[in-house]
Design a protein around this ligand. Structure first.
Ligand code: ADP
Ligand code: MG
Length: 265
């Protein structure tokens, strides 16, 4: 499998208090083209910080990072800003738990979906941009895409808003989509629909996906491989079916045991 992202020895440290606080230590991740990798672990285990570092969204000043995040021949931790910006939201996209906070409440849905195109491909004409946005809205399962294009975020349900976020994240056809707890705020039926949508995107476009969740059942449905994190470190990694049925690590065993009724088939 072709490796498109190679993270080694990632270390993330905050310096906004007297003592530096380590958020992530010795994090490694090799992501293959078209692969879906899950990251699980309790709250505060460093999942989001690792994701934000890969997406190039951690401040270069207040947050000290060492290690390497190799993508397209560049180290995202040290490459120049212009190179980094060129990847952000175009080659590497990220979606978050609460789409309402990621969407701009006073802008129409069409604007939100087109924004990454405006930034990265200003040469694309207005009519073409609109056509692409509507096509993208349709492909994430939003019927009446022409109407939704003119709506505002508050007019949509949580599930629809998350689909809009996915449309905005996918419009540049990124090589990597990072989904940080994308279903946590949604009800169970909608969670399953979003997971199906991510599967579809992966299958049809070959997008590699990093899926962060504390829902082990969703991870086992979507991800072939999983990384288990605890207190900023990877404690276990391997094939999802193996890790979830025959965990080696005590912490992974606890995580699995903590779930009352789990379908990890
Ligand atoms: N601004 C910050 N300053 C200091 N520490 C932080 C800051 N933001 C997050 N952290 C710490 O980083 C660690 C990892 O957080 P995070 O990656 O958000 O965890 P997760 O996504 O797994 O819940 C936590 O211990 C958290 O306390
Ligand atoms: Mg998080």
């Amino acid at each position: 499998m072709e490796i498109i992202l190679d993270v080694t020895d990632l270390h993330i440290e905050f310096h906004d208090h007297d003592l530096p606080e380590t958020a992530v230590e010795d994090f490694d991740l090799m992501l293959g083209k078209g692969e879906i990798v899950g990251i699980v672990g309790e709250s505060g285990s460093g999942k989001s910080m690792s994701a934000l570092a890969i997406a190039g969204l951690l401040s270069r000043h207040q947050i000290k990072k060492t290690g390497r995040i190799m993508f397209d021949g560049n180290d995202l931790l040290t490459c120049d800003r212009k190179t980094l910006r060129q990847y952000q939201g175009d080659e590497i996209s990220i979606i978050f738990q609460e789409p309402m906070t990621s969407l701009n409440p006073v802008k129409r849905i069409g604007w939100q979906v087109e924004e990454p195109l405006l930034i990265h491909h200003p040469e694309i004409k207005k009519a073409e941009r609109k056509a692409r946005a509507i096509e993208m809205l349709r492909s994430v399962g939003l019927d009446k895409a022409e109407d939704i294009y003119y709506m505002y975020p508050h007019e949509l349900s949580g599930g629809m808003r998350q689909r809009v976020m996915i449309a905005a994240a996918m419009i540049g056809n990124p090589q990597i989509l990072i989904a940080d707890e994308p279903t946590t705020a949604l009800d169970v039926t909608v969670q399953a629909q979003i997971v199906d949508l991510l599967k579809k995107i992966n299958k049809e476009r070959g997008t590699s996906i990093i899926f962060i969740s504390h829902d082990l059942s969703l991870v086992s449905q979507l991800c072939e491989r999983v990384i288990v994190m605890q207190k900023g470190r990877i404690v276990e990694t391997g094939k999802t079916s193996v890790v979830f049925t025959r965990p080696m690590d005590t912490y992974t065993k606890k995580l699995i045991a903590a779930i009352p009724k789990i379908d990890l088939g």
